[in-house]
Design a protein around this ligand. Sequence first.
Ligand SMILES: [Zn+2]
Ligand SMILES: [Zn+2]
Length: 209
Amino acid sequence: MNIKSNTYYELLDAMKERGCPVCLLLETYTDKYIDNLLYESVNDTNLRGRLIDSGGFCKEHSKKLLRFGYRGYALGISIIYKDLMDAYYKTLNTQGTLSSNRKCLICEVLEDVEGRILEELVKNIKERNFYQIYRDSEGLCMFHLSKVLTLSKDREISEIFLELTALKLKELSSQLSEFIRKQDYRFREEPIGIEADSWIRAIEILRLK
Ligand SMILES: [Zn+2]
Ligand SMILES: [Zn+2]
């Protein structure tokens, strides 16, 4: 029997939601990771050591931490930032410079997770049920499409992703036209349809990073 991984089932679920399924899974994973980092691992000295080596968090994940802070995680944040603060203080005082190896801990963890998700996607796309659910999903954002194309060594698999993405882009382009058309005062009375949030989906799907 062909046993499927958790990621396989998570992808199937994510493809039924809105937006790029890979972005969605990474978002969910990030939240879980931060929750764990701030809540359970504040006393995990191993993890705190890794955090100090990494130098902290990038801009995007710092913003995310801030939102967690406002939601009741201020203690966890204070504990790990006190560590970081003292480490920076010490380094600056003794070495007068900063290590160039600093890299956001969350970004680093996410790179691995993202790699696993993309491999699973490429591996299963020819499977009938999986393909059909992907076909009916909103598809990959351009950032993840380009990663999938780099990863896939099989021309046939690349074609599947390219073809489906082309269809999605064309569909979204028509919806944007419809949205723009209905902004005209002559057509303002017409009821708004599926194009209502096309501009939101456009921002999401064309993201570069
Ligand atoms: Zn994406
Ligand atoms: Zn980051």
